[in-house]
Design a binder for this molecule. Structure first.
Ligand code: F6P
Length: 550
């Protein structure tokens, strides 16, 4: 099916035949209950599943039928998903508003693969950087790399924000089990000085290495924290030369890095075709490699690569990321869900929802199409979540009995990394029970049959019919983490293709940055310059000026 019309621009999404058919199909589906859907098709729990690499997805507890799946696949065809996948993997400049290729897949391509961009084999460059990272990691982990006073490095602090922080923090927490336990890893992102203070207060600069991680090397928060770190180090080490032993950089901006005083030999580069939120498997993952070692880092890359291959080659009906992306579109655009809860039943994945918030919402929080026209439908849903079982005793009440539909992604593993009595069975029993309760609920008849008085019955009824996906894998390893992240990357991509938006830019975040630059001198200048904002902004600035005086 052609993705574009004769004039070269994509037809409006709402005019596509498959979209219209899905709209008509959604009307009866909105009232269809999962109880009925399962009764009509008792084997769907085994059938509507898919395995990709180590990940098993059960998507049977979605409000879908075979017809829904057929229409969603047709929609993917009409939107040219296959051609878009090819375009991404072959290095076409699909990030049109920034005129950039999107080649995250090259970051995890095995050595020896060839992906050309403007005549350059980027896989070779990627592996050069990986080798540099590995040599550096080995020397720090072994104690060969010493600080300025000859002491081994015991503490690594990554300073970065957004994609230069969330991936590193998430991966460190997720893979902590595999980390070098006699080293301390911390992450400073917020320009709030509390973040810096708490991360450094008990550390010794002589044993501390800072990674200044910033694609642009211009980000206000990162550079402010980097300069504070420099002062903190030099206060004790009292020699500018110490900077070279205690600071390394991850960036695309060699000039900015040199200006800061970091030795060019200790800069780990990446490229403009790596988006910040897609960068945890590039040099941005240096802190991850320092924590888990080069072999484990390569295992994580192999996990990413396995999911890339699956996404690229599996037919859409068995394509895990494509299915998850299409289901997200179905729930969002046709069933009216506005959010997605991501609920890992694995405590090590506690930062995974926060990581996904940038990946999903910075990518698909867009209001215009690739051609710049206002989109006709809702785009990126709001992603959020917490690890189970903690969330069960907090916000799940609203998922079970609230008035909104909140599709949930449950993530669990067969084996615990730290087996402890019955803990893991209890954890997984809760995961599975939640998906059952959300789908099938509790009817009035069941409630009354338990002897509940009639007046209390309405409060105890759970309507059910809440859609869920369940992702299971044998064990949380570097490989499975790579697969999981790539799964969501490609699900986001699939959604973006269907909405015909640019999932790789982030112009919206610029306005706030520019306005902050204007307000900074208005707060700091003792002469209190005249204010020319709206009355609320002016009043807030004046109030802050008063408050900061104490
Ligand atoms: O402000 C948003 C953003 O540009 C993100 O996309 C990015 O991950 C983050 O800032 C950090 O940018 P940098 O790595 O250039 O410091």
């Amino acid at each position: 099916m052609m993705a574009n019309n004769a004039s070269g621009s994509a037809p409006r999404l709402i005019d596509r035949p498959a979209w219209r058919a899905l709209k008509a199909h959604a009307l009866p589906m909105r009232d269809m209950h999962l109880r009925q859907i399962f009764a009509d098709d008792p084997k769907r729990g085994e059938r509507l599943t898919v395995q990709a690499a180590d990940l098993y997805l059960d998507y049977s507890k979605n409000r879908i039928t075979n017809e829904t799946l057929k229409l969603l696949a047709r929609l993917a065809d009409e939107c040219g998903l296959a051609a878009h996948i090819d375009a991404m993997f072959s290095g076409k400049k699909i990030n049109t508003s920034e005129r950039r290729a999107v080649l995250e897949s090259a970051l995890r391509a095995p050595e020896g693969d060839r992906i050309e961009l403007d005549g350059v084999n980027v896989v070779r460059e990627v592996h050069e950087v990986l080798d540099h990272m590995a040599a550096f990691s080995d020397s720090v982990r072994s104690g060969r790399w010493t600080g300025f006073t000859g002491r081994a490095i015991r503490n690594v602090i990554n300073i970065g924000i957004g994609g230069s922080d969330l991936g590193p923090v998430m991966a460190y927490e997720a893979l902590r089990h595999y980390s070098q336990r006699d080293m301390t890893f911390r992450f400073i992102s917020n320009v709030d000085g509390a973040d810096f203070f708490e991360a450094t207060r008990d550390l010794d600069p002589e044993e501390t290495l800072f990674i200044i991680c910033s694609k642009t090397f211009t980000t206000l928060e990162t550079l402010t924290n980097a300069h504070t770190a420099r002062d903190w180090c030099l206060q004790k080490l009292k020699d500018e030369k110490a900077v070279q032993r205690h600071f390394v950089a991850v960036s695309t901006n060699a000039e900015g890095v040199a200006k800061f005083g970091i030795d060019a030999a200790n800069m780990f580069g990446f490229w403009d075709w790596v988006g910040g939120r897609y960068s945890m498997d590039s040099a941005v993952g240096l802190s991850t490699m320092l924590a888990i070692g080069p072999d484990n880092f390569h295992a994580m890359l192999a996990g990413f690569h396995a999911m890339d291959n699956h996404f690229r080659t599996a037919p859409f009906a068995q394509n895990l990321p494509a299915l998850m992306g299409m289901l997200a579109v179905w729930n969002n655009n046709f069933l009216g869900a506005e959010t997605v809860a991501v609920l890992p039943y694995e405590h090590y994945l506690k930062r995974f929802p926060a990581y996904l918030q940038q990946l999903t919402m910075e990518s698909n929080g867009k209001h215009v199409t690739l051609e710049g026209a206002t989109v006709d439908v809702c785009t990126g849903p709001i992603y959020w979540g917490e690890p189970g079982t903690n969330g069960q005793h907090s916000f799940y009440q609203l998922i079970h009995q609230g008035t909104r539909i909140i599709p949930c992604d449950f993530i669990g593993f067969g084996q615990a990394l730290n087996p402890l009595g019955r803990h893991h069975d209890l954890l997984l029993a809760n995961l599975i029970a939640q998906t059952e309760a959300l789908a099938f609920g509790k009817t009035k008849e069941q409630v009354l049959a338990e002897g509940t008085p009639a007046w209390l019955a309405p409060h105890r009824i759970c309507a059910g019919n809440r859609p869920t996906n369940t992702i299971l894998a044998p064990r949380l390893t570097p490989q499975t983490l790579g697969q999981l992240v790539a799964l969501y990357e490609h699900s986001v991509f699939t959604q973006g293709v269907i909405w015909n938006i640019d999932s790789f830019d982030q112009w919206g975040v610029e306005l706030g940055k520019i306005l902050a630059q204007r307000i900074i001198p208005e707060l700091e200048n003792a002469d209190e310059p005249a204010l020319a904002h709206d009355s609320s902004t002016n009043a807030l600035i004046r109030r802050y000026r008063q408050l900061r005086r104490g």
